[in-house]
Write a protein that binds this ligand. Structure first.
Ligand code: C2G
Length: 148
């Protein structure tokens, strides 16, 4: 069977620096796509991974994978150059400055929500990949296991 080799992803910390944020639980193609497209906008991709407690506050439950596991999974993505823990949504401006980001990238489910950071960096919302989400995976797996 032929194995597809992913295209090389060039990195340069001194080039255009991209930052994005998310929980990235149950890592799936929607996550792969946004990370690839975010990296394609520049030379260095930094990902703020929501802490377990932040996800609990945002979504009312802890993620399936712990922060340590999600940092390892996302950090191993070829598109990603640097990962850190995002502790609070309110710290976004601080993270943008601390990591010297030129561009903030988010999925368009967040469209307009981070426009206040436009004085600090360019703000880009990319279209979400349709028909896939961590919530949907949980729903389908639960339905499958209860039907068995
Ligand atoms: N995403 C996507 N397509 C999907 C699912 C997710 O493009 N089908 C994107 C989201 O828009 C987001 C990123 O993948 O930009 C991570 O998604 P989540 O893990 O759901 O993260 P979220 O809860 O949106 O956290 O500070 C902001 C938050 O931490 C973002």
């Amino acid at each position: 069977m032929a194995v597809l080799q992913p295209a090389p992803v060039a990195s340069n910390p001194n080039g255009r620096r991209i930052i994005t944020f998310g929980t990235f639980d149950l890592f799936h193609m929607g996550h792969v796509n946004i990370l690839r497209r975010a990296k394609a906008l520049g030379d260095w991709l930094i990902v703020g991974v929501s802490s377990d407690e932040l996800n609990d506050r945002k979504k009312g439950h802890k993620p399936y994978f712990s922060i340590e596991e999600r940092l390892a999974i996302i950090g191993d993505s070829r598109a990603v150059d640097e990962v850190f823990v995002e502790d609070a949504l309110e710290l976004k401006g601080d993270y943008i400055q601390q990591y010297r980001a030129d561009v903030l990238v988010m999925g368009d489910d967040w469209a307009g929500r981070f426009d206040q950071f436009a004085p600090l960096c360019e703000v880009v919302y990319l279209p979400r990949t349709p028909e896939i989400s961590s919530t949907q995976i949980v729903t389908v797996v639960r339905a499958g296991s209860s039907a068995a």
